[in-house]
Design a protein around this ligand. Sequence first.
Ligand code: NAD
Length: 261
Amino acid sequence: MYDDLKEKVAVVTGGSKGIGSAIAKRFGQEKMKVVINYNSDQAGAQKAADEVIEAGGNAIIVQADVATEQGVQELLTAAINNYGDLDVWVNNAGLEIKSPTHELSLEDWNKVIAVDQTGVFLGSKTALAYFKKQQKKGNIINLSSVHERIPWPTFASYAAAKGGVKLFTQTIAMEYAKDGIRVNAIGPGAINTPINAEKFADKAQYDQTVNMVPMDRIGDPEEVAAGAAWLASNESSYVTGITLFIDGGMTLYPAFKDGQG
Ligand code: NAD
């Protein structure tokens, strides 16, 4: 637990399930006030909010599409109107679409880029503008992926977006460092969330994924949320522009793990 997080106000995008709801819940355990964004799953968002309140924090849910300027603005407005401030903005919302690249439609490419990359830009821009205006040493956390580093055939739009998030994070971290604003990314590996539900329901695919993780297991959303809490807290006060990989070692070239090569 991080004492300095108590009473701080956070926006978490895509917080109705998976990693986003785990981050919201962890922020609740830190006694924070959380604006939980959802796009369509109102019941999931409400459940996440109930868990935040149960854990000792405060929460409201707000429907918004993070791929729109109006949507992210509504999230900031909700934070200010309900909690009077904004301290931490987590760009978590994301999606992936599998397709051989030569068959990937422009529509599907745009869908992924709109949320995974443009959504991160819009959320960051909104938070940065507020932090600058208030001269606030705010904090931004972007959910990237191991695929900001590892190429992922048939998921080119996702890998392109996450690669973009990496350099966007580093760029704005440098741009606003002198204002005391910190910007970092988290790069999860294979985490047990709805985005992977179909894949992990298939034992062969599950085993194949586990085999790519030196620690030999799939990660839990709570393990990613622990990284978000650390990055949001003053315990990471000298950290900006990094990607914190939370991946059981997936980015360590696991094909070499038994001395092959
Ligand atoms: P998930 O599918 O369980 O949750 C994603 C959330 O984003 C959902 O609540 C969804 O409704 C929301 N969302 C999608 N489009 C939106 C929009 N336009 N506006 C608002 N919300 C929207 O996925 P997850 O596994 O919890 O992933 C969370 C983040 O972590 C994503 O950015 C994902 O790319 C990243 N990530 C996940 C894994 C993993 O293994 N689960 C690995 C690496 C990176």
